[in-house]
Ligand binder design. Structure first.
Ligand SMILES: [Zn+2]
Length: 422
């Protein structure tokens, strides 16, 4: 028994950015089995999903998340830069229990799915408790336990347990990576140990890079010329590393960056809220993989990757002083196939092609922001919102159908959270 998505417009996000005005997609098990003319697929035993007046796209890939921090939403807005760089901590975090973080992760995964996200790269503490929640939501994910000098021995025990439990095979829906917190909260020795472990295990390394001026000052006091020099010295300047933020790179570092192939997790909303600046991504575009991330809920309260893409292109144009940069199809690719490339999952997900995993979203075009339909990709980036997300499928399983979660209950989660933190 297959699932047939029948008669939808399809943005494939393939190499040629092919758009099919009307097509059927057969999903067999966890894979896309066939793409054919509208109305041509489906037998008596198949489940047919009517996709007229919809656009079918690859699911969105959120390359930098901290799902369990949803509990911090609204706790800290509009504060000085120093508030963050002194301690990247959730205000009052001593009051939150591990169970609170678990509930928060469950709710964030639900929210990601409702917002059309099918894959996340998530890291924080308690990852041995959080990863099973992410897995239970049905999302695709790469997970990592945060490592820092302050808690290195305990963190390593959890990091190793997470690596052991989830492995590093990209074919698995949930797999593990290494996640040193940041260049200033992890010593050179710790960063080197992560680079070595990543090489041995074949995993990716997720690390916050050049987030603040004090971080750069601290790196210089350790003898590094800057963030890139630190990555080079510790063995992390390679395509296995995913560097989040990168907002205090010098012009020279940006010029040298592509030589090392380090992927970038661009999180403009979080950057702007913490530091009132962000990375001019047009300078790295097409030279290293760049994906988009919503970071944590304290500084990107919305967990809305579609909105993040709109922000990224508009702010990117301002930083480039050029309205032609970061065009529509580039932003679509950043949301999908380029995000998958950042995570090493581009042969698995991120575009619509026969043989790839069925990580698909269906957007309702019977809404005013989707019309007129001169250019669907343009409508998606510049006009539509997550309100349009109708169906979400990961690995061939419908996790959102007609705007409602199938594994989780949005209303119940919202009430649980409201009651817990009222
Ligand atoms: Zn982060």
């Amino acid at each position: 028994m297959a699932i047939i998505l029948r008669d939808g417009a399809v943005l494939t996000v393939d190499q040629a950015d092919t758009m099919l005005p009307a097509a059927d997609i057969r999903v067999d098990g966890n894979r896309i089995a066939e793409i054919s003319a509208a109305g041509s697929l489906g037998g008596p035993t198949d489940i047919i999903i009517d996709c007229r007046d919809t656009v079918i796209m690859p699911g969105l890939i959120n390359v930098h998340t901290h799902a369990c921090t949803g509990l911090g939403r609204g706790l800290t807005d509009d504060v000085l830069r120093s508030h963050w760089s002194e301690a990247y901590a959730i205000p009052g975090q001593d009051w939150f229990s591990a169970e609170d973080y678990v509930l928060s992760a469950r709710a964030s995964c639900a929210e990601f799915l409702l917002n059309g996200v099918t894959c996340i790269a998530d890291r924080y503490s308690f990852m041995d408790r959080i990863a099973p929640e992410i897995d239970a939501s049905g999302l695709r994910a790469v997970v990592g336990q945060t490592l820092s000098d302050a808690r290195a021995p305990a963190d390593w025990r959890t990091a190793d347990a997470v690596l052991e439990r989830w492995g590093t095979d990209p074919e698995d829906r949930v797999s593990a990576g290494l996640a040193p917190h940041a260049l200033d909260t992890a010593s050179d020795d710790l960063l080197r140990a992560c680079a070595k472990r990543a090489e041995q295990s074949g995993s990716r390394v997720f690390v916050h890079v050049a987030q603040s001026e004090p971080e750069i000052v601290q790196l210089k006091s350790r003898g590094h010329a800057g963030a890139l020099a630190c990555l080079i010295a510790t063995g992390l300047a390679n395509p296995r590393t995913v560097a989040a933020h990168c907002i205090y790179l010098s012009d020279q570092e940006i010029a040298d960056w592509p030589r090392h192939g380090i992927a970038v997790a661009h999180c403009p909303a979080s950057n702007l809220k913490i530091e009132a600046r962000t990375l001019p991504i047009h300078r790295l575009l097409g030279r290293v993989p760049i994906g988009l991330g919503t970071d944590w809920a304290l500084t990107d309260n919305a967990m809305d990757l579609l909105w993040e893409a709109r922000l990224a292109t508009l702010v990117g144009k301002m930083l480039a002083d050029d309205p032609t940069v970061l065009p529509v199809n580039t932003m679509l690719r950043m949301l999908m196939i380029d995000g998958a490339r950042v995570l090493g999952l581009d042969t698995i997900t991120g575009s619509i092609a026969v043989g790839k995993r069925a990580d698909l979203i269906v957007l309702d075009l019977n809404q005013l922001p989707a019309n007129p339909r001169h250019n669907l990709a343009s409508n998606v980036i510049y006009a539509m919102s997550v309100r349009s997300v109708r169906d979400v499928m990961v690995d061939g399983e419908l996790l959102v159908r007609d705007g409602r979660l199938t594994r989780l209950d949005e209303r119940e989660l919202a009430q649980q959270i409201a009651r817990r933190w009222c």
